[in-house]
Design a protein around this ligand. Structure first.
Ligand SMILES: [Mn+2]
Length: 358
C-alpha cells in the first residue's frame, strides 16, 4: 500500500477525489483530524473517579493493549449483575475510530475490563456499533482489542460482538480494490481515494493482516438484542438489502465475498447515509425499520451527536455543548451512540451505554 498524504478535508478533494457532490458522496462524512488536546473524560454516573487524562494521540501509536490504566479504583465499576435468564447486562459502544486509549478507559470505567485490559464482566453482553478504524491513532489496535475481548468474553460465558460500519467497508474496499475506478450514479471514484478522504491512516493499512480482513468481512450489519435494533448508520437504506435481519446480513456478506468493486461501492454508499431519523419524518423512518426488522428502539452510531443536534458549523466549528451521553430522539424510537470521539477537545467523547436507557 502506497503511503498516502496526511489529512484532506472531504470538501477539499485532492486529485484522487471522487467528482461528486459532497452530500451525495461517501466523502460526506464528518472529519476531525486527531491530535487536539485531550480533555479529562467526564463520566456521568459512577462512583469511580475519572481516569487521568489520556495522552494526546500520537502518530504512530505507542500505547500497549495490556498496559495498566491510570484509574486507581480497583476493578473499575462494580461488576454487572447477571440477568434472570443467565445473561449479563447488555452494553453498546459507539464509533471508536482508532482511539484505543479512550476505548480502554471507557471499558474500564464501565466495569467491562480490568486494569490490565482483560474482560472482567462475566456474562455481560457487548455490541460495538462499528467504525473501528480511520481518523484516530490506532485503528488496528482497536480491532485487535475487540477480537481479544470477544474471545475472553466467550470464555467467561458472555459475549463481545461487533457490527460492520461504513469505515469497515471503506478499509476493506481500499485494501481489496485500491485505485480501481468504481462507477456510481454520482460519478467515478475509488475506494482508496474515499478512504483517504475519510481519515484513512496509512499505518492502519500497513498493519492490516489477513486475520483482520477475515474477521471484519464476517461482521453482521445489524442485530436485534433485548428489543433494540442495533445498526451502525442512521439510515433506512438497510431496507434496500432485505426485509429481515438475516436477509440484510446475508446480502452484505454476499457482496463482500463475491461482489465486484461497483457492487461494493453501492453497499458502501448505502451504509454511509445518515440523519435518517432526524426531523419530522424521523420517527416514521425509525418505525419503518423497527416494524421490518423487530425491536422497539433503533440504536445506532455513525452520526456524531453534535452533528445530529445541529451544534456544529458555527464560526469556530465547535459544538455548543459537550456530549454527556447517548441521545434519545425521534419520539424515543432512536438512540444515537456516536459521541464524536474524533472531536475530542471539542466536547466529543467515546460512549459506552448499558441498555435499556431510562
Ligand atoms: Mn460511520
Amino acid at each position: 500500500m502506497t503511503p498516502v498524504d496526511s489529512y484532506a478535508w472531504p470538501d477539499q478533494p485532492d486529485t484522487g477525489a471522487p467528482a461528486v457532490h459532497p452530500l451525495e458522496s461517501p466523502g460526506f462524512d464528518f472529519f476531525t483530524p486527531p491530535g487536539a488536546a485531550v480533555p479529562p473524560t467526564a463520566p456521568a454516573a459512577s462512583p469511580v473517579p475519572p481516569p487521568t487524562p489520556a495522552p494526546p494521540p500520537v502518530d504512530p501509536p505507542t500505547m500497549d493493549l495490556g498496559a495498566p490504566l491510570a484509574t486507581p479504583a480497583p476493578g473499575g465499576a462494580p461488576a454487572p449483575a447477571p440477568a434472570a435468564d443467565g445473561w449479563g447486562p447488555l452494553y453498546v459502544i459507539g464509533d471508536v475510530h482508532g482511539y484505543l486509549q479512550e476505548l480502554l478507559d471507557a471499558l474500564h470505567h464501565s466495569g467491562l475490563i480490568d486494569a490490565e485490559g482483560h474482560w472482567c464482566a462475566g456474562r455481560a453482553r457487548v455490541w460495538f456499533l462499528g467504525d473501528f478504524t480511520d481518523r484516530g491513532p490506532d485503528g488496528i489496535g482497536v480491532i485487535d482489542l475487540v477480537m481479544r475481548l470477544a474471545a475472553e468474553a466467550a470464555a467467561s460465558g458472555g459475549y463481545c460482538r461487533a457490527l460492520m460500519g461504513n469505515h469497515e467497508l471503506l478499509l476493506l474496499g481500499a485494501d481489496r480494490f485500491g485505485d480501481e475506478p468504481v462507477h456510481s450514479s454520482a460519478g467515478t471514484a475509488s475506494f482508496l481515494a474515499a478512504w483517504r478522504l475519510n481519515g484513512g491512516q496509512p499505518f492502519d493499512m500497513e498493519r492490516l493482516e489477513d486475520h483482520h480482513v477475515a474477521w471484519l468481512t464476517r461482521l453482521p450489519a445489524m442485530a436485534v438484542e433485548d428489543g433494540h435494533l442495533l445498526v451502525h448508520s442512521d439510515t433506512t437504506a438497510y431496507l434496500e438489502f432485505g426485509t429481515s435481519v438475516d436477509a440484510v446480513n446475508d446480502a452484505i456478506h454476499e457482496v463482500l465475498l463475491h461482489g465486484d468493486a461497483d457492487e461494493w461501492w453501492d453497499a458502501f454508499r448505502r451504509m454511509t447515509k445518515r440523519f435518517g431519523f432526524r426531523g419530522e419524518a424521523g420517527p416514521l423512518a425509525a418505525r419503518e425499520l423497527l416494524e421490518t426488522y423487530g425491536g422497539s428502539r433503533v440504536v445506532h452510531g455513525h452520526s456524531p451527536i453534535p452533528y445530529l443536534l445541529g451544534e456544529v458549523g458555527g464560526e469556530d466549528g465547535r459544538p455548543a455543548n459537550p456530549v454527556l451521553g447517548p441521545m434519545v430522539y425521534a419520539d424515543d424510537l432512536a438512540v444515537a451512540m456516536d459521541g464524536g470521539v474524533t472531536m475530542e477537545g471539542e466536547g466529543g467523547r467515546l460512549l459506552v451505554a448499558r441498555l435499556p436507557l431510562n
